[in-house]
Design a binder for this molecule. Structure first.
Ligand code: RIB
Length: 297
């Protein structure tokens, strides 16, 4: 059984709850303000550890109370934070999030210390480990991380979020790419009709070379894994949505955890899909990740 090494952003989420998100130039009244743990890297690391898979997080926080609280939360959730650096020159990353009554959100990220995150090479990788990263850290730091993974026989998983161009040299290092429909549209440059599965499949196949797997998350419709010779679809359960923030991170982290334990992609998709469905019934991102026991029951 391998571990998952997550290289990614750690944020304090400052969340305003409101009935309806404001339009451009509009002011609306909120009903509550919350400060909760977040950041795609940290959220995915919590999802991995919650699935009872060993997880080490590589990242950076500022030398401030938010950084201290985030490290304490991650440790409480069994994430190894030995390789999270504390940076003097920048504050802990912050995400300003507006969540409406239907659970949908808008997010603005101020990266702060995340811009200083780097893989020092100190974490040793074994064959079968999963390396997982996203685009909330400096993109140029990702290829050297994945090159280390390739040399060690690891599975490199990329979640290109927030969407940014995927260079061919980086694409060549990816074994599994997990992204949502809007990220697929932005990265593939191929027209995607969200109601037409064939257009999703074609766009996904154009994204990565060789034998790589592309997993497209479809929100409340589930997810689809696209491989060179087949597609696997899973359907989402109907749930009462409280907050969709971090649902994608829950899916990605859970999938990575299953791949590190050697489970086939169909089982991994099924587990990740169930975990994400539970996460949207809870407030916030980091704290909404369900335990393995909750997912299995
Ligand atoms: O994916 C949700 C996350 O995006 C939030 O926790 C926020 O910190 C941003 O990184």
């Amino acid at each position: 059984m391998g571990k998952v090494a997550v290289f990614g952003a750690i944020n304090q989420d400052v969340i305003a709850l409101c009935e309806r998100r404001p339009r451009a130039g509009e002011t609306v009244l909120g009903s509550a303000l919350l400060h909760l743990p977040g950041g795609v890297g940290a959220n995915q690391a919590v999802a991995v550890a919650s699935a009872e898979t060993e997880c080490v997080l590589i990242g950076a926080v500022g030398d401030d109370p938010a950084g201290t609280q985030l490290i304490a939360f991650l440790n409480e959730r069994d994430v190894d934070t030995t390789h999270v650096r504390t940076i003097d020159d920048a504050p802990t990353g912050t995400a300003i999030i507006v969540v409406d009554a239907s659970g949908e959100n808008n997010i603005v990220i101020v990266p702060g210390a995340n811009n200083y995150a780097s893989d020092s090479g100190a974490v040793e990788f074994q064959a079968g480990d999963v390396l997982l990263t996203q685009f909330e850290i400096r993109i140029e730091t990702i290829a050297p991380f994945f090159e280390r993974g390739r040399r060690s026989g690891c599975i490199n998983v990329l979640n290109p979020s927030p969407a940014a161009p995927l260079a061919p040299e980086l694409a060549a290092l990816v074994d599994v790419c997990v992204l949502n429909e809007s990220e697929l549209k932005a990265l593939s440059g191929v027209p995607v009709d969200v109601n037409d599965e064939q257009s999703i499949i074609q766009a996904a196949r154009s994204l990565l070379p060789g034998n790589a797997t592309v997993v497209v998350t479809l929100g409340d419709r589930g997810a689809i894994a696209i491989q060179p010779d087949r597609e696997i679809t899973v359907h989402a359960a109907k749930v009462d949505v409280v907050d969709t923030t971090g649902a994608g991170d829950c899916f990605v982290g859970s999938l990575a955890a299953c791949l590190a334990t050697g489970r086939p992609i169909r089982d991994a998709l099924d587990y990740a899909n169930r975990a994400a469905a539970i996460s949207v019934t809870r407030q916030g991102a980091g704290p909404s990740m369900p335990t393995r026991k909750e997912v299995l029951s």
